[in-house]
Design a protein around this ligand. Structure first.
Ligand SMILES: [Zn+2]
Ligand SMILES: [Zn+2]
Length: 332
């Protein structure tokens, strides 16, 4: 071997080693996404063998939980940089060690919902539904704050395609200013559209777990009432379903749950309303275990409360799903 060839090998060999090390990560991030298989889902759940039989039954795979569907072009995991970053997932041990986690304590356990618009505050039945659902979902007290209580900080806005949008970061900064002492977190709720930065068209909601604040908008969820001509017409099930999904999802982030890639789950990301509508309102075993570690609720009571809520507002698919879960858990 000539000295020149040796020199070439010296140059190329480290490059080849570097490429071999990096390429699986590049394929994982830029190639097509393959939903995790049973083994990976179990790894994400971590060892449950030392838990009580009740908790083991709660987290075991069952036909109630569907694996994440293979994403289509334009879906969250096949879309931009945010979706690609989510592909690594967040296992239960990673959640436990998450730097952004805050403890839920006896004197810091209230979820505050700050109504942002005066107009929204008039929709009393919607606000009652949001409060009851959030209490059932997280098993924590929920207090609704009316717009008079909000911070007077200026909120940056812009006009896009003829409608007004508010900058999410400014709203979350304002929430931090008024965060009550006993708040675990505060979430602003608005009917105005939102954007997180100039380069984005819009966002349904955003959360900052480290600061315990979040915001979500109902602007893109369509008609609120079944018959918009009548003020007392019942709330449309699709509108309610979308609202419950966004509040549980954004508040889930505030308990440091990242986007879920393990099952079809409330904590999946979404590339748009169509993908968000396909996702279920329930948490998968991995996310449920994270939330239980964060809050420590009675899982049966949580399902019972959710069932009562879903029945009361005609969310039949969700009520059927919880009924099946409860009968499965009670038969163990
Ligand atoms: Zn999210
Ligand atoms: Zn999940």
């Amino acid at each position: 071997m000539t000295r020149k060839n040796k020199a070439r090998i010296c140059i190329y060999l480290p490059l080849l080693v570097l490429l071999l090390c990096i390429s699986p990560r590049l394929i994982a991030v830029y190639g097509p996404f393959t939903p995790p298989d049973f083994e990976k889902r179990q790894q994400a759940l971590d060892d449950i063998s030392k838990l009580s039989p009740e908790l083991q039954a709660l987290y075991q795979e069952s036909p109630s939980f569907s694996p994440l569907p293979v994403p289509e072009k334009g879906d969250w995991l096949e879309g931009g940089a945010a979706g690609r970053a989510d592909r690594y997932g967040q296992t239960v041990p990673q959640f436990v060690n998450s730097w952004s986690r805050h403890a839920v304590t006896a004197d810091r356990r209230i979820i505050y919902i700050q109504l942002w618009d005066k107009e929204l505050a008039k929709h009393t039945s919607l606000i009652d539904h949001i409060q009851t659902f959030t209490e059932a979902f997280f098993q924590l007290p929920v207090v609704v704050l009316y717009p008079e209580k909000k911070s007077t900080l200026d909120i940056t806005s812009r006009t896009t395609e003829g409608h007004r949008q508010l900058l999410t970061g400014d709203i979350m900064n304002a929430l931090m200013q008024t965060l009550p002492q006993d708040a675990y977190c505060a979430i602003a709720l608005t009917r105005t559209d939102l954007y997180p930065k100039d380069s984005w068209a819009f966002v349904f909601g955003e959360a900052r777990p480290a600061d315990r604040v979040g915001v979500f908008s109902l602007a893109r969820y369509g008609q609120m009432r079944s018959d918009p001509k009548y003020k007392n017409s019942p709330l449309k099930p699709l509108f309610l379903q979308r609202t419950m999904k966004v509040i549980s999802h954004e508040a889930g982030h505030l308990f440091s749950l990242n986007h879920c890639i393990y099952y079809h789950c409330d904590m999946n990301g979404s590339g748009g309303l169509e993908e968000a509508d396909k996702a279920p309102l329930h948490l998968c075993p991995v996310c449920l275990r994270k939330l239980h570690l964060a809050i420590g609720f009675d899982p049966i009571k949580r399902y019972e409360d959710l069932l009562a809520f879903y029945k009361s507002c005609g969310l039949k698919d969700e009520a059927d799903w919880v009924t099946e879960r409860l009968s499965h858990l009670r038969s163990q």
